[in-house]
Design a protein around this ligand. Structure first.
Ligand code: SF4
Ligand code: FES
Length: 475
């Protein structure tokens, strides 16, 4: 007896016509799936009233071609596997759908896909792996709510489909509600990346009523005492748990984000179980990436090899166990991989970060590279800056690469690794990311791994107590 499948669009996903690319897309938390015309024809019939057989029947009549049934079933399976019709347990990293025309070269620069709007660097927490600049005093909050409304407009005009409101703590920014309403009005999927500090029931309801669709809450640990110690904020963990439950109760998508480091890496199973119990639709287990604040604290943060390997096993097991209700996105620590990650899916290829001081960046860490970035306040639109900014163009394609990347077959897959990490470790802008085993500087990683094997209590300096990074990274 066959099972009747009645596919519907996932409750936290929506269909969106992207007027910049003239394509249909499914938008869901922090992700974009572009649809071919045939996939669009299929998904518009996934309304909860038709079975897969019914959909095949409708489209066979409409197109009268022998391959329709095979094509429709393949499309339904693909959409299901990508999570548009239910989440795929085997997805292992954040993966906005690729457009077929995108490559690592600058032949045709695609429009930007996602904005991270860092509304403020102010934060009630002081995590020692914060992605905000190390020298916070040099980076003032200088954008008003009116500036941000313009930026959101310009991003929408440029083709941005995902808007993530972040910080610091975005809840501290006055005018947040109007930004959410505006991003929704412009069709973007609206995400709040928050510590959930003082996120009351009323506030959550108001955010939802203004159009917020997804809330990503950071959890520092499963144990309240340890979590508060890592965040340097007494009572923060209890507030996060309460806020997470309210987000779900108010019908928004919930994600949990936990940074995996020496203290948390052994708790992957319990973190996933906690997130699932809270009703999260996804959990991001982000291995600490060693640049900025996290490099200052690397000795206390970098887990050992066995712990990282076990975390990978545990994450895969959790993916299976929590399917289809929750997606587990585990970003493996590249200190224990042979190759670096394709950071940001390529520098200046898809993602835009606008920092509180108005800089248009390819990623939140790029402040530390010593490059001059353009300000969104200087009169050019986001689209013009995307096309013309020299710093955004600096690491597009492969012409900038040194050996061994320049002649490496894998350069279009990983783009030579993370520029922020490569620079932090080598002080060269064009060096191969040392996490790659082909890098002449790979010894830096081998040494750090060896030190991580030594037993020690994690000693983490909170972000606000350090003003400058020590110049002794690559000892
Ligand atoms: Fe990637 Fe460069 Fe390593 Fe090749 S040498 S795998 S391009 S980082
Ligand atoms: Fe900036 Fe990787 S974090 S390029």
């Amino acid at each position: 007896m066959s099972t009747r499948w009645v596919p519907t669009l996932h409750r936290h996903a929506r269909l969106h016509h992207d007027t910049v690319r003239d394509r249909w897309a499914v938008l869901d938390p922090e992700r974009v799936l572009f649809l071919s015309p045939s996939a669009h024809a299929v998904i518009t019939l996934c309304d909860g009233s038709r079975s897969d057989d019914d959909i095949v029947g409708v489209l066979t009549q409409r197109f009268a071609q022998p391959s329709v049934e095979t094509d429709v079933r393949a499309t339904l399976s693909l959409l299901h596997a990508r999570g548009a019709l239910g989440y795929d347990p085997l997805a292992i990293r954040m993966d906005p759908a690729r457009m077929p025309s995108e490559t690592a070269t600058v032949r045709a620069l695609a429009p930007p896909l996602a904005l991270t709007a860092e509304l403020t660097h102010r934060c009630p927490l002081q995590c020692g792996y914060c992605s905000n600049p190390v020298d916070l005093a040099k980076h003032q909050d200088s954008l008003s709510a009116a500036n941000w409304l313009t930026i959101i407009d310009e991003c929408a005009d440029a083709g941005v489909l995902q808007c993530s409101l972040s910080g610091g703590e975005p809840l501290l920014f006055e005018g947040l509600d109007s930004l959410i309403a505006h991003a929704r009005k412009r069709g973007m999927y609206c995400n709040l990346i928050t510590s959930a500090w003082r996120l009351t029931d009323d506030r959550i309801r108001r955010l939802r009523d203004h159009g917020l669709e997804h809330v990503q809450i950071s959890l520092q640990h499963t144990d309240a005492r340890r979590a508060d110690a890592i965040a340097h904020a007494h009572g923060a963990h209890a507030q996060k748990l309460a806020a997470a439950e309210r987000v779900v109760a108010h019908g928004m998508a919930l994600s949990i984000n936990t940074v995996l480091h020496r203290e948390t890496v052994a708790h992957v199973r319990s973190l996933c179980d906690l997130a699932a119990n809270l009703g999260a639709v996804r959990i991001e287990l982000a291995s600490v990436q060693s640049h900025g604040w996290a490099l200052i604290n690397r000795e206390g943060l970098l887990p050992d090899a066995a712990a990282c390997a076990q975390a990978t096993v545990d994450a895969r097991e959790a993916q299976r166990r929590h399917h289809p209700h929750m997606r587990v996105i585990a970003v493996i620590n590249d200190y224990y991989a042979d190759r670096p990650k394709p950071c940001m899916d390529g520098w200046g290829q898809k993602f835009i970060t606008v920092s509180p001081d108005g800089m248009l960046l390819p990623c939140p860490g790029a402040h530390e590279l010593g490059l001059t970035f353009d300000s969104v306040l200087q009169g050019k639109t986001v689209s013009e800056l995307w096309q013309s900014s020299e710093s955004l163009a600096r690491f597009r394609g492969d012409a900038w690469m040194d050996e061994p990347c320049r002649s490496c077959d894998e350069r279009h897959r990983d783009h030579g690794g993370c520029r922020c990490q490569a620079y932090a470790l080598t002080r060269s802008l064009t060096a191969t990311d040392p996490t790659c085993s082909k890098s002449p500087m790979h010894g830096l990683i081998v040494d750090a791994r060896a030190r991580a094997e030594a037993p020690r209590d994690p000693v983490i300096t909170p972000r606000s107590l350090v003003r400058r990074p020590p110049d002794t990274h690559n000892e």
